[in-house]
Design a protein around this ligand. Structure first.
Ligand SMILES: *Cc1c(COP(=O)(O)O)cnc(C)c1O
Length: 359
């Protein structure tokens, strides 16, 4: 067996010990004589898994008791529609802070369901900064403020939580579980699983309970957070395999010492990679230093005619999925929880050698 260092933005790397456990579990999960994919989601073993995974998410993120933890399908993109449908009526105004492609997409989706006020928009500088909070044009009575704490494509991350009284709705797809957060500051947090949680197909939603009663009365059952809250996310058949893997990832993060310990490693990984970029005359990262992402690190080469060579040679060196998003160009290293410090060191070493040979 040979494993590469995988810098994919998503679906992304999973911890090797989790993959090995899956391999061992598959034919006969928990002495059921079946794989987890073949058991009833309402049977004892899976119900226990669901309860344990929720308890572990609560413990990892220190989620207050007045929040529900939901496991729907549909990814983060479905939540971009579910947020307005669960929190606002058609005539209501909602505020969006757009600091990247995903926030823009979320705002676009919400315009189908209510009145969207874009309170701030960083597209004028190609999503390389966060407009100063004092300049945001917030509405007087927004039903909520939506923002994207980590923009996966341009690599822009909030290192603060916005203020104000309205519920904050946060798309944390590419940052949730990378460090401790204060959940009580948020109304709703949502994340597609395939970055830091597990396989695609599962979504994690954390919602403050008083917000569960704001859904539109004619909302489809599966589009209503309260349906999931009232059924332990067994509203219909959940994505059992994806949920099982997420459960293993939560246990893995606890075994690593929890999110404080995970954050220490993530901070170190990001700061050494940015330092390597900034200290070279060959690589650069265009994002303001006060909002650089810990998870997604885009960088460009001084001469973009070398991009193909960089990708080919890094691939040959066992460093994979470094091609930048087509909207940004260059390279992007996604260094989620499951990407080890060793992988980041290997990337930095490769970059130095490539610069020496070609710079
Ligand atoms: C990946 C990503 C999405 C899209 O997630 P899906 O699960 O594919 O819907 C949305 N927002 C952010 C911030 C992402 O990183």
């Amino acid at each position: 067996m040979s494993r590469v260092f995988n810098f994919s933005a998503g679906p992304a790397a999973l911890p090797l010990d989790v993959l090995e456990k899956i391999r061992d579990d598959i034919p006969d999960w928990q002495n059921t004589g079946m794989s987890v994919m073949e058991v009833s989601h309402r049977g004892k073993h899976f119900v226990e898994l669901a309860a344990r995974s929720e308890a572990n998410v609560r413990e990892l993120l220190e989620i207050p008791a007045d929040y529900s933890v939901l496991f729907p399908q549909g990814g983060a993109t479905l939540q971009m529609a579910m947020a307005p449908l669960n929190l606002a009526d058609r005539g209501d105004t909602v505020d969006y802070v757009v600091t990247g492609s995903w926030g823009k997409k979320a705002a676009g989706e919400a315009t189908k369901f209510c009145k969207v006020n874009v309170a701030a928009d960083a597209s004028d500088k190609k999503f390389t900064y966060i407009p100063d909070e004092s300049s945001w044009q917030r509405s007087d009575n927004a039903a909520y403020l939506h923002y994207t704490p980590n923009e996966t494509i341009a690599g822009v991350e909030f290192h603060f939580v916005p203020g104000g009284d309205v519920p904050l709705v946060a798309d944390m797809s590419s940052t949730l579980l990378s460090r401790p957060i204060d959940v009580s500051r948020f109304g709703v947090i949502y994340a597609g699983a395939q970055k830091n949680i597990g396989p695609a197909g599962l979504t994690l939603v954390i919602v403050r309970n008083d917000l569960l009663d704001k859904a539109r009365p004619n909302n489809a059952h599966l589009m209503t957070w309260k349906s999931y809250a009232e059924s332990d996310s067994m509203t219909n058949t959940p994505p059992t395999f994806a949920w099982y893997v997420a459960d293993l990832v939560f246990q893995h993060l606890k075994d690593r010492g929890g999110l404080g310990a995970v954050a220490d490693v993530n901070r170190r990984k990001a700061s050494k990679l940015y330092a390597a970029i900034d200290d070279s005359g060959f690589y650069s990262n265009p994002v303001n230093k006060n909002c650089r992402s810990w998870m997604n690190v885009p960088f460009i080469l001084a001469d973009d005619s070398l991009d193909a060579k960089f990708l080919e040679e890094s691939q040959a060196a066992g460093l994979t999925n470094l091609k930048g998003h087509r909207s940004v160009g260059g390279m992007r290293a996604s260094i989620y929880n499951a990407v080890s410090e060793e992988a980041v060191d290997a990337l930095i070493g490769f970059m130095a050698e490539f610069e020496k040979a070609n710079g």
